[in-house]
Design a protein around this ligand. Structure first.
Ligand code: NAP
Ligand code: HSE
Length: 429
């Protein structure tokens, strides 16, 4: 092997993902020649805290100085697994401008500045690979940029957050409390540094922005995505879901309708027979429908040390091969269209609505009349007395414009016969 068949890299970050990448690159050392045509040597690892004990990473490769990496001409590849917008954006920009190839798992950054960074990389003939940024170990970025581009993707629907899927699974199947399930997801390395991003749907929203941009070649940023998290889901909601033959999942949806992009993340009642209903634990799945490809589903571990490291190292192997074949710089995924994004009120959904009502004659008729007057079609009504003797009505609707549903709900909330609007969850259909 020639000396220059060893590609030197820097790893930015040695946390959950970074430590996995370092370990996996060691495990793959002997096979790198067969897999990539050359070896990969992680020469430097950037961290914040030089005093922290790092299992498996020798002290002599650690640095807390970015300039040592940027100014090292031997380092041809920068693998960013620090997270956050800054300083990651500055470091990646400087790396691209210095002609270094980049692999990143940073969805926060890509959901805000992905197009800017991709254009810069394209202009400089530099690789910017980010398979790990969406759905962990599942290959979905490359399919969206390459394999599925011959089809018009009419819908992308996915469970793209491992933490919330783990929490919802534990709540539904083991009756575990929300706090305990979140604590366990954090221990297992699934949750973000601030888990609010997971439970409020922001992390899934960022992944949907990235996927929608690639699928529709139109820039979609995180603030374009409607997000609603799982913090309001109760044991009662789970009970009714089960009774009606559904499971509750945090789902991301992207589609094109009337020349506009719809992109949203929210909890959803998924019928037991739908393939996404069986995606449990920290698994993620992305279900696509395209005009030519028909249905396709990608499923795998969406979070955690080694699954994420697997996606990062897959990209690193590609980049090593590209460097050795002088083939860097084709990234794809550029937004060459400018499609507007719909506001949530302009989209249509089916709803499950749980109301606590007073026992008065005519209550149901009044509710039906408010809904009818606002173009909300009722599908099913179910009535039940709770343990404390209150009457609960569970109503499912047909497909309604979200604005119409909100208008009806506002009037219902003000009615004296309605004691509480306990739950409102969208339903697959
Ligand atoms: P993490 O455990 O919090 O690790 C972050 C690492 O980056 C730490 O080693 C930290 O250094 C280092 N770091 C942070 N800011 C730095 C700075 N300004 N300068 C130098 N070093 C800095 O995070 P993680 O879970 O590994 O996630 C890393 C990235 O992968 C994020 O973008 C995340 O969204 C993404 N990701 C994570 C997963 C997952 O399952 N965890 C899956 C897919 C994608 P210290 O150790 O010194 O504090
Ligand atoms: N916190 C993220 C999740 C990590 O739970 O899916 C993977 O992106």
């Amino acid at each position: 092997m020639k000396k220059d068949n060893v590609i030197k890299a820097a790893l930015l970050g040695a946390g959950t993902v970074g430590s996995g990448v370092y370990a996996l690159s060691g495990m793959l050392e002997d096979e790198m020649i067969q897999k990539a045509g050359g070896k990969l040597e992680i020469k430097k690892v950037l961290v914040r805290d030089m005093t922290k004990k790092r299992d498996g990473i020798p002290q002599n490769v650690l640095t807390d100085k970015w300039d040592e990496i940027l100014n090292d001409d031997e380092i041809q590849l920068v693998i960013e697994v620090m997270g956050g917008i800054e300083p990651a954006k500055t470091y990646i920009t400087q790396a691209i401008l210095a002609g270094k190839q980049v692999v990143t798992a940073n969805k926060d950054l890509l959901a805000e500045h992905g197009q800017e960074l991709l254009s810069m990389a394209e202009e400089r003939d530099v690789d910017l690979q980010f398979e790990a940024a969406v759905a962990g170990a599942i290959p979905i970025i490359r399919p969206l940029k390459q394999n599925m581009t011959a089809s018009l993707l009419t819908e992308i629907m996915g469970i793209v957050n491992g933490t919330t899927n783990y929490i919802l699974t534990k709540m539904a199947e083991e009756g575990m409390g929300y706090e305990e399930a979140l604590e366990k997801a954090t221990e297992l390395g699934y949750a973000e540094a601030d888990p609010t991003a997971d439970v409020e749907g922001y992390d899934a929203g960022r992944k949907m922005a990235i996927m929608a941009s690639l699928a529709y070649n139109s820039e979609v940023v995180f603030s374009d995505v409607y997000t609603e998290g799982i913090t309001k889901i109760t044991a009662e909601d789970m009970y009714y879901a089960k009774e009606f033959g559904y499971v509750i999942k945090l789902v991301g949806i992207a589609k094109v309708d009337d020349g506009k992009i719809e992109v949203k993340v929210h909890p959803m009642l998924i019928p037991n027979h739908h393939p996404l209903a069986s995606v449990r634990d920290s698994f993620n799945a992305v279900f696509l429908h395209g005009d030519a490809c028909d249905d396709a589903m990608f499923m795998g571990r969406g979070a955690g040390k080694m699954p994420t490291a697997s996606a990062v190292m897959g990209d690193a192997i590609t980049v090593v091969r590209n460097i050795l074949h002088d083939n860097c710089g084709w990234n794809g995924g550029l937004a060459y269209k400018k499609m507007p994004v719909k506001k949530i009120e302009e989209t249509k959904s089916r709803f499950f609505l749980r109301l606590r009502v007073s026992e008065r004659p005519g209550t149901l008729a009044n509710i039906a009349s408010v809904m009818g007057n606002n173009d909300v079609m009722i599908d099913q009504v179910y009535s039940k007395y709770t343990k404390d003797g209150a009457q609960e009505l569970v109503i499912t609707t047909g497909f309604v414009l979200e604005q119409d549903f909100n208008n009806a709900l506002m009037i219902l909330s003000g009615m004296s016969a309605i004691k509480e609007v306990c739950g409102r969850i969208r339903v697959y259909g």
